[in-house]
Design a protein around this ligand. Sequence first.
Ligand code: NI
Length: 190
Amino acid sequence: MPAPLPIVRYNDPVLRKVGARVAKFDAALAALADDMVATMHAAEGIGLAAQQIGRALQLCVVDLREAKRDFTWELDGAKPPLELFMPFALANPAVTALPSDETFYEEGCLSFPGIRGDVARPDAVRVEFRDLAGVPHTLVCTGLLARCIQHEADHLNGVLFIDRMDKKTRATIDDAVKTLAKETRVAAKA
Ligand code: NI
């Protein structure tokens, strides 16, 4: 049975690791993705990367069924209802920004409880990824879905949302980030 796992917090070193590419699309990978979905749902998140459960792997899960649907998506050239493919796992995602305006949005991250800040990202992206059976897909999307996927794909490369903030925004959360890093250090020693 899928079970929620503890979520790794900043500044655990695994969050800075570049994930290994998924090479085996087997039952163990599917079980890991199921656990990640259970973890994401238990934490009421919309996305989760493998690094956040302590695995440096190019795998993330996303579920925006409960979000406001002010975004667009095209999966393999079609527009299936979200209920048909979410929650879904993306293995080895490669994100390409499409010509679009940069938008600012206040992001959070399950590895940074209570910390939020504006991050600028392109509004539209194309993401090539493999599903849990190893089948390649292309998703073109905008808005919150595009933002969520960019945030998760960053995690898979050891990049965190605080790295994407401008200096002024980053400064406003600096104390909270330092406190969190200290708490994580203390918890690791306990
Ligand atoms: Ni995150």
